[in-house]
Design a protein around this ligand. Structure first.
Ligand SMILES: [Zn+2]
Length: 134
């Protein structure tokens, strides 16, 4: 069966394990995949930063309760968060960096800031709770 270079379509000759016709095609494919990965990371970071900004804008001092539609109307995306904190009662807080939220009921969420005691659950590093008046 005829094999073709996946980058430019040139028919391949020679070794069976040869995938690309040339180094140039191999590099081109590699670079395109890398750009795609970088774009994915940047796009997701953008969503996370926006989520954080929205939570921060609600200015939770300890804890604030808001209707979900308030977050929705500002473009908050509930699909994206950086990590979770699970309380002793088994409730989940979803954090976007140092600001987070928990579902209070169908319509409301509790918005919180990262607290120093939450660091006990972390393995990798300690997260600095956000300062006041930021
Ligand atoms: Zn090629």
């Amino acid at each position: 069966m005829e094999r073709k270079c996946p980058e430019c379509g040139t028919v391949l000759h020679g070794r069976e394990d040869k995938v690309y016709c040339s180094d140039q095609c191999r590099f081109q494919r590699h670079n395109r995949n890398k750009r795609r990965s970088e774009k994915t990371i940047l796009d997701i970071n953008k969503v996370l930063r926006k989520n954080r900004r929205i939570l921060q804008g609600l200015n939770p001092i300890g804890l604030t309760s808001v209707r979900r539609e308030v977050l929705d109307s500002q473009g908050f995306d509930f699909d994206f968060y950086t990590h979770q904190y699970i309380t002793q009662k088994g409730n989940y807080y979803y954090f976007c960096y140092d600001f987070g939220y928990a579902y209070a009921d169908q319509e409301k969420v509790n918005v919180v800031t990262w607290q120093a005691y939450m660091n006990r659950n972390l393995k990798r590093f300690q997260i600095e709770p956000p300062g006041e008046g930021i």
